[in-house]
Design a protein around this ligand. Structure first.
Ligand code: GLY
Length: 430
């Protein structure tokens, strides 16, 4: 027998409306709307880029500094490049806007859950039946049991008992880097289906790949500091950190099938299709869309491409784009028009792209020219090698890197794409 399901019949909503609803809701609950920070961390060697709304506020959680008010909210631009190979699927991005709210030593689990539930059901009008939540299943290594307190408050506000899922440390424990303030978390998921396919049954598989989409980390229950040696020390006081990706929330609330359909990214995809006369694959269009935004954001902070650390990220992303358009035979893709389009249309949410437009465009162009030259001659050499057989010798690879200046990861990609043999003998490294 089918389980009773409820359809979600809300009207469409823009990303700007969601952003404003979020901030004004938290302001109405006594949170101070604060400015977002630069994506370049200040005095934080643990991070290359700001990867969450809480990252610039770590000192508030440790008590080293005090915020103007104990309750805060903002929208923070974040960069995360750990899932680079997944970019181009429906939801992975290297940059995104995070809606964040915080209680610094003020309310804890009860307050966070009540605020989250009210916002989701009364302000975003999501039907209760569509919401699932995860709670920390406990872990002996940090001396915590299953989070019955979060469970209790979710049930109390109205979440159905069989919509509460216990998840282990690898899913429900949050930290911004290797060390620093952290804690177990409780996340909210939206059920994208109205039928019973892969529907969660208590104790069974919680299908976050095709059915349930995470829309909000509605509470990292900040209570530990992770130290360099991997141990955890209790923080002086407990806090709440929440974060919701605006792109993913916009996709979900509008029942879209990918973040690239949202008003935050679709115009960029459309522009790429126009510039390439529709000749690029959908995945490449998505990757270019994502990378154009991230590269622009990084360059707009006057971070030039370079060979190491922070500067290597835009270098790598620019090279990936050029490689993709070259591979798909759109060799003269008009990147400059694309960057100008992005600057002209998105400077209201990312003001620095306009302010530092000259730096952004000139560094992009310089990088493009240099790499394009290397790529053209390197790929010619690789094609030559391919005609001789399906493997690259160590000498060939060495020559390509040292003489042609071709990055090793590109040689590896080429070998993979062209099914070069992987041999462990002395003559080949592939
Ligand atoms: N800071 C919480 C999160 O990024 O999920």
């Amino acid at each position: 027998m089918g389980i009773l399901t409820v359809s979600d019949t809300r009207e469409k909503i823009t990303s700007k409306e969601i952003r404003e609803k979020f901030l004004s809701y938290f302001e109405s609950k006594d949170h101070l709307r604060i400015k977002n920070s630069s994506i370049i961390p200040k005095n934080d060697p643990t991070l290359l880029f700001i990867n969450a709304g809480m990252a610039p506020m770590k000192k508030f959680f440790t008590g080293e500094e005090s915020p103007e008010k104990p309750r805060l909210c903002n929208v923070q631009t974040c960069i995360r490049t750990i899932d680079l190979d997944d970019v181009g699927d429906k939801s992975h991005l290297t940059s995104f806007s995070m809606l964040g709210s915080w209680s610094i030593g003020d309310y804890f689990k009860e307050g966070a859950i009540k605020l989250a539930y009210e916002f989701l059901t009364k302000h975003l009008n999501i039907p209760n039946e569509k919401l699932y939540v995860t709670v920390f299943a406990g872990d002996k290594s940090i001396g915590l049991d299953v989070d019955d307190e979060c469970k209790k408050w979710w049930k109390e506000v109205g979440i159905l008992e069989d919509h509460i899922v216990e998840c282990p440390m690898e899913d429900n424990f949050w930290i911004a880097g290797e060390t620093g303030p952290c804690g177990p978390c409780t996340e909210v998921f939206y059920d994208t289906r109205d039928d019973d396919v892969n529907k969660y049954v208590p104790g069974g598989y919680f299908d976050t790949k095709t059915r349930y989409i995470e829309i909000w980390n509605a509470g990292v229950c900040m209570q530990f500091n992770r130290n360099l040696d991997g141990t955890y020390s209790p923080l002086k006081f407990k806090s709440i950190d929440t974060g919701a990706g605006l792109e993913r929330l916009t996709m979900t609330l509008n029942k879209m099938s990918s973040v690239y359909d949202t008003d935050l990214l679709k115009p960029i995809c459309d522009k790429i299709n126009e510039l390439a006369n529709g000749k690029l694959s959908e995945r490449t269009v998505r990757v270019l869309t994502d990378h154009t935004r991230t590269i622009s954001l990084i360059l707009s902070e006057k971070q030039a491409p370079s060979n190491e650390g922070r500067g290597y990220v835009p270098r790598k992303l620019i090279r990936r784009c050029i490689l993709l358009t070259t591979k798909e035979s759109v060799k003269d893709f008009d990147y400059l028009s694309l960057y100008n389009f992005f600057i002209d249309n998105y400077s209201d949410i990312f003001p620095l792209i306009k302010e530092n437009k000259d730096f952004l465009l000139s560094h992009f162009e310089k990088e493009y020219e240099q790499f394009n030259k290397v790529l053209v001659s390197g790929l010619e050499k690789l094609d030559e090698i391919k005609t001789k057989g399906n493997n690259i010798s160590k000498e060939d690879a060495f020559d390509l890197v040292t003489t042609y200046g071709l990055p090793f990861d590109i040689i590896e990609d080429y070998a993979k794409d062209n099914n070069f043999l992987k041999k462990d003998d002395e003559s080949s490294s592939f």
